[in-house]
Design a protein around this ligand. Structure first.
Ligand code: Z2T
Length: 815
């Protein structure tokens, strides 16, 4: 096939077009079963059937993929390359059946062959190649880019083990490895011929011409495979390319093997392959291990070589590189791409430093996802220079030129120079990755309005003073396909009926058309029936009760412990008032804690203990139930979100960069109880203050209380009887003796000011109970949450990136 041929490739090649009928799908299943699995229906295992179904669905998208590649190649456009250490793509089968329009015919065909579609599709696994919000955002943005026909490639790491599987033993979190691809992964296209070489360690030398050479001490191969990223309602199919580490050919030591030293013979290969072995399970914290830095460089080096290979297919002049390429850095994890591109351009391509620096700065953009100081990555200089001896020289050179600019702009401001330096000097020399990312890019963005403002005013203030035009906001968004259409088919059908069409799936502002229906009693009844059915489908708790959900990673700043204090308070009220009736609630927690985050694990254990105590108390259990299903992931989120009545978004103001679960829940008709943090503010602005339960300190008040040193948790404890009772119950061991660490930390130096927000939180929850009792009014508010949340589509997010930061235009794929 000649590259760039813009035609119906299958017809052009004389191939039979793939059919759209169930009978044709059945034929293709049989053919794939025979030729790809080497078996027949009579002897096929369920795994055979699953893999065959996956391949048959995949074939439909492969045809679109071939046409997409041809159209994009012919256009020679400006490409978006999204670099991310994490992707939480979610299950692929259901998505790809939806996007290829094969869901119905696939089920019919399977039944025709005597196979149970539910049994077969149940074998599809979720690739958990991310921790939480950041990884899922990357997946939502890829989905939206494909849907908007933007030529884009995602780059990441194909970890053998994704995010750990969570179990509970005696209420404690235990972790098990997630061997997700053990059975193989039918969604992957290996591309061993696009393998790249990655260097580590060693030293640098200068050659006769004065050019720097890096003599590496270790060579590792990066082998790519890709997964398809189809757009919805378009023929565009982009890809996400994932790298896995392989030992070099010479790393199998035959002489050792022959001498019977079998383990030693493969030592080097095993060592190399460790690079892509496991995802680091940290969320918003820095871990500082050399293997993590190695992973980051592995991703960056192989991806940049691939990007340059692709550039060269159609271009030859380096000055065109930034015209044809924009590389988005998903947080600082891929920031080594900046010195790596400098190294490739200066050392390998022979460009002048100044030209290389101009190209580099124009090419990159950086998204920051945090405000927590402990989440800003830094690497010890000694580790950095041992692993990447040439890159440390380049970082020093970048820093020197940069600091000269700072000194010129702010003469005699030594402290500013110290703060802005890419190298931190005290107490230990470290490379500050966020500083490097700001210096080496043309645009920096935060992920919600408040977050972007705080970045410019506080966290990155010195940089925003130097380069105000570099700073942007792009509020996060979510895929309406995955989190409404797929997760909530019943609500989607009702919305489609209400709006008279399904154009909302790719034009989410159309949800505004539901507003008048909030006043229609029969529509409200059906809205409630859908919510009810989703609760039954979830199968946890009484579907008539208020389903109150807090689903997110466990972190002290997110304050699951505040929700717990409210639960214990409610427990006490019910116990103290026998005979009184209360609004029945099912409180649902789900989420993982980083394995080494002990404070978060104590909170998990206490939740499970409180849940058990309540469950065992017949005076309380009719009104209150706490459930905590293990192993929260994209799949479980898709079951919980459609069933939620109330969304808990209760982080301390100024701590949560954006949140995205908040958007998913509002779009599925949950009302939010929340603080003025992250994107909660924008949600409340849109859905209306009447349809949002606000409580808590705002950011200025929180900063003042914390930094003024006047926060006294004891005073809240002394003054508030209900709070005292809740904390005393924990301290007195009323919940199986569990959780004293949690209470001690709340009463000690609690960074997250939990007790300061307790009273307004409990009062807001009383407002929730009162509002819930007016069923019609609650339903009206639920409908308005959905109707007014169209802004939170990732399609809008991607349009913002495209117009403000990337300056890219779509390439339409035609037949
Ligand atoms: C992460 O999921 C987020 C921030 C991080 O900072 C790291 C990880 Cl793994 C380094 C989250 C934010 O906490 C959340 O507020 C935001 O919505 C999400 O990224 C996507 O931007």
């Amino acid at each position: 096939l000649r590259k760039g041929a813009d035609m119906d490739v299958r017809n052009g090649m004389g191939l039979r077009p793939l059919g759209t009928s169930a009978a044709e799908f059945e034929q293709d299943l049989l053919s794939n079963l025979y030729y790809r699995r080497g078996t027949t229906v009579e002897s096929a295992s369920t795994q055979d059937a699953y893999e065959t179904l996956a391949l048959t669905v995949r074939d439909r998208l492969a045809e679109r993929r071939v046409r997409t590649a041809a159209a994009q190649y012919a256009a020679n456009p400006r490409w978006v390359y999204y670099l991310s250490a994490e992707y939480l793509l979610g299950k692929q089968l259901e998505q790809n059946m939806l996007y290829s329009g094969t869901d119905r015919i696939a089920r019919i065909a399977l039944r025709q062959l005597g196979l149970d579609p539910d049994e077969v599709t149940a074998l599809d696994l979720e690739p958990g190649l991310g921790n939480g919000g950041l990884g899922r955002l990357a997946a939502c943005l890829l989905d939206a880019m494909a849907t908007l026909d933007i030529p884009a490639v995602g780059y990441g790491i194909r970890y053998d083990f994704g995010i750990f599987k969570q179990d509970f033993q005696d209420g404690r979190q235990i972790e098990r490895p997630d061997d997700w691809a053990f059975q193989g992964n039918p969604w992957e296209f290996p591309a061993p011929d696009d393998q790249q070489t990655v260097f580590f360690y060693g030293h640098t030398e200068k050659d006769a011409a004065g050019r720097t050479l890096w003599i590496p001490g270790e060579v590792v191969f990066a082998e790519p495979s890709h997964m398809l990223v189809p757009g919805h309602g378009t023929d565009t199919v982009n890809i996400v390319r994932l790298w896995r580490a392989r030992g070099s050919h010479s790393s199998f030591d035959l002489s050792r093997f022959s001498a019977g030293q079998y383990a030693e013979a493969v030592d080097e290969a095993v060592h190399a392959e460790n690079i892509s072995k496991v995802l680091y399970p940290d969320d918003s914290t820095e871990s500082g291990r050399e293997l993590r830095l190695k992973q980051q460089y592995f991703l960056v080096s192989s991806s940049l070589r691939d990007i340059i290979r692709r550039f060269r297919l159609r271009n030859s002049d380096w000055t065109d590189f930034p015209k044809k390429t924009v590389i988005q850095l998903n947080d600082t994890h891929p920031t080594l791409a900046i010195p790596e591109l400098m190294r490739l351009l200066v050392d390998e391509e022979g460009l002048s430093w100044d030209l290389a620096w101009a190209i580099t700065k124009q090419t990159f953009a950086y998204t920051c996802h945090t405000l927590l100081p402990e989440a800003l990555e830094t690497w010890p200089v000694h580790m950095f220079e041992r692993l990447l001896p040439r890159h440390i020289e380049i970082v020093y050179a970048i820093n020197e030129i940069f600091l000269t600019e700072v000194r010129n702009r702010f003469p005699a401001d030594l402290d500013r120079v110290r703060r802005m330096s890419i190298i931190q000097e005290e107490p230990e020399r470290r490379v500050r990755m966020a500083n490097l990312a700001v210096v080496g890019t043309q645009a920096v963005n935060g992920v919600a309005e408040l977050h972007s403002r705080l970045l410019a005013d506080i966290t990155l203030r010195d940089f925003a003073e130097l380069w105000p035009e570099k700073f942007h906001n792009v509020t996060n968004g979510i895929s309406p396909r995955r989190f409404v259409k797929m997760a909530n088919p019943a609500l989607s059908d009702l919305i489609t009926e209400g709006l008279g069409g399904d154009a909302w799936i790719t034009d989410l502002d159309r949800l505004a058309g539901l507003e008048p229906l909030a006043e229609d009693a029969s529509f409200r009844l059906r809205w409630r029936e859908v919510k009810q059915a989703n609760k039954v489908r979830l199968g946890l708790g009484d579907p008539a009760s208020l389903t109150d959900v807090m689903i997110k990673r466990f972190h002290e700043y997110k304050r699951q412990q505040l929700k717990l204090l409210h639960i214990i308070t409610q427990y006490h009220r019910i116990k103290q008032n026998p005979g009184q009736t209360f609004v029945p609630r099912t409180v649902l927690f789900a989420g993982k804690a980083a394995p080494a985050y002990h404070a978060a694990k104590h909170i998990i254990r206490l939740i499970n203990a409180v849940a058990a105590t309540i469950d065992a108390d017949p005076a309380v259990s009719p009104y209150l139930k706490v459930v905590f299903p293990a192993n929260y992931n994209v799949t479980l989120s898709s079951l919980i979100i459609p069933a939620a009545d109330l969304s808990e978004q209760i982080s301390l103001a100024g701590k949560e960069a954006s949140g995205t679960g908040n958007m998913k829940l509002a779009l599925n008709g949950a009302l939010t109880v929340g603080t003025l943090d992250g994107a909660n503010i924008e949600i409340r602005d849109r859905v209306g203050a009447d349809n949002f339960f606000l409580f808590g300190l705002d950011t200025p008040a929180a900063l003042e209380l914390r930094n003024g040193g006047t926060y006294s948790p004891r005073a809240y404890y002394e003054q508030d009887g209900e709070l005292r009772r809740a904390l005393d119950a924990i301290l007195d061991g009323k919940f199986a003796g569990v959780g004293r660490e949690v209470a001690d930390s709340l009463l000690g130096w609690d960074e997250y000011l939990t007790l300061a927000d307790y009273r307004t939180y409990v009062d807001a929850q009383d407002d929730v109970d009162a509002a819930w009792q007016d069923t019609e009014s609650w339903t009206r508010r639920s409908i308005l949450n959905t109707a007014r949340s169209g802004f939170f589509s990732a399609d809008r997010t991607v349009r913002d990136y495209a117009s403000e930061i990337w300056h890219v235009t779509p390439v339409k794929v035609t037949r």
